[in-house]
Design a protein around this ligand. Structure first.
Ligand SMILES: [Zn+2]
Length: 242
């Protein structure tokens, strides 16, 4: 009997390191991972090295380089993909832009992969999906700047000013531009579209902040600035409105 007991003890001693390892792995999976997620209310770490000032500087200097034909096309090497995939994204700004193909957002600010969180809709109209996307950029990625970017000769704004009636979802989108069209009704016709485009940028900038408690809170806490701008599709320059 003593021999048999010794054998059983020996067997249990041989298994125990495996059990210990299993317990350690289980502990990592069930304890450490949820604890890490809970550190920030279950959200990914929004630590973003960019500040309001550094983001504005990067956007302005990048656009100046582009408009002057001196783009440096930074951070577009394919080797950067693996690093971004591993480290995650910390974009310097979120941009709500029109969908117009003449407004390639990263290019006009001379930025690269992982630099800009771009949300688009025709006319830069902030619908619920666009605002939700901007909220994600603020709450999860910690972007310090949201830029609402209209552009000259915008077809969507032009259609709204011309009171175009479109069926379906396009009609609903254009209806969101009708307050802009109404506000510029009395402006001289030769300047009406330009006025509407400028107004749409500033109006949507206000709308983004007013509609979203997440964005409004970040602005109030001083960790986010919402600005607007108009991109000139002829010169390549952005006129910023802070
Ligand atoms: Zn447009």
């Amino acid at each position: 009997m003593p021999n048999s007991l010794n054998l059983k003890l020996f067997a249990s001693l041989r298994i125990s390191p495996m059990i210990t390892l299993l317990i350690a792995v289980m502990a990592l999976i069930f304890l450490v991972v949820p604890l890490q997620a809970a550190d920030n209310g279950g959200r990914p770490d929004p630590t973003n090295p960019n500040s309001v000032d550094s983001a504005l500087k990067a956007l302005k200097e990048g656009n100046a380089r582009f408009a002057n034909g001196q783009s440096t096309n930074p951070r577009q090497d394919k080797n950067l993909l693996a690093k971004l995939s591993q480290d995650g994204q910390t974009p310097l700004a979120a941009v709500l832009s029109c969908t117009d193909s003449r407004v390639p957002v990263e290019k006009i600010f001379d930025q690269g992969f992982g630099d800009l969180f771009v949300v688009r809709a025709a006319g830069a109209v902030p619908g619920i999906d666009q605002i939700g996307s901007l909220e994600y950029a603020v709450a999860y990625l910690g972007v310090p700047v949201i830029l609402v970017l209209s552009h000259t000769k915008c077809g969507a704004v032009s259609a709204a000013v011309g009171e175009a009636k479109e069926p379906g979802a396009l009609g609903e989108l254009l209806a969101k531009l009708s307050p802009v069209a109404k506000a510029v009704e009395k402006v001289d016709q030769t300047k009406r579209l330009e006025a509407a485009i400028k107004l749409s940028a500033s109006m949507f900038r206000e709308q983004v902040t007013m509609t979203s408690p997440v964005i409004a809170a970040a602005v109030k806490e001083g960790r986010l600035k919402v600005i607007s701008g108009v991109y000139d599709i002829d010169t390549g320059s952005v006129e910023f409105n802070e």
